[in-house]
Design a protein around this ligand. Structure first.
Ligand code: AMP
Ligand code: ZN
Length: 114
């Protein structure tokens, strides 16, 4: 736990969030500022500051996050497709420095992203 981290506080229950999925490794909840009809954040319970800090020891955890995104896409009926995004660092547009996947769906997505 990083006591200065917003998402660690959500994991701890100190900041409320609607827990749409929780298991021993990760937590998923709706983004407070949704960019699509479905916009969930999937985060590891362990504090990892960003994708740039992911190491070999995190391989199973990272795979678990992706598999959880796929499961949530199915339960949210994103049958026409969806996008999974991990903003990383300043150029990547990361604003919360605790690794997370955005699961976006329910509308067509443009490319290239902004
Ligand atoms: P990023 O900009 O990729 O780091 O994503 C951080 C995301 O966290 C943004 O889309 C925010 O809208 C979202 N966010 C910030 N605070 C909260 C919160 N308290 N509950 C849910 N989502 C949040
Ligand atoms: Zn954290």
């Amino acid at each position: 736990m990083n006591t200065d981290c917003l998402f660690c506080k959500i994991v701890a229950g100190d900041i409320p969030a609607k827990r749409v999925h929780e298991d021993e490794l990760c937590l998923a909840f709706p983004d407070i500022n949704p960019q699509a009809p479905t916009h969930l954040l999937i985060i590891p319970k362990e504090h990892i500051a960003s994708q740039a800090k992911a190491m070999a020891e995190h391989k199973l955890l990272l795979g678990h996050l992706m598999a959880t995104a796929a499961e949530l896409a199915r339960t949210h009926k994103l049958d026409k497709g969806y996008r999974v995004v991990t903003n990383t660092g300043d150029d990547g547009g990361q604003t919360v420095h605790h690794l997370h996947l955005h699961l976006l769906g329910g509308r067509p997505m443009g490319w290239p992203p902004g």
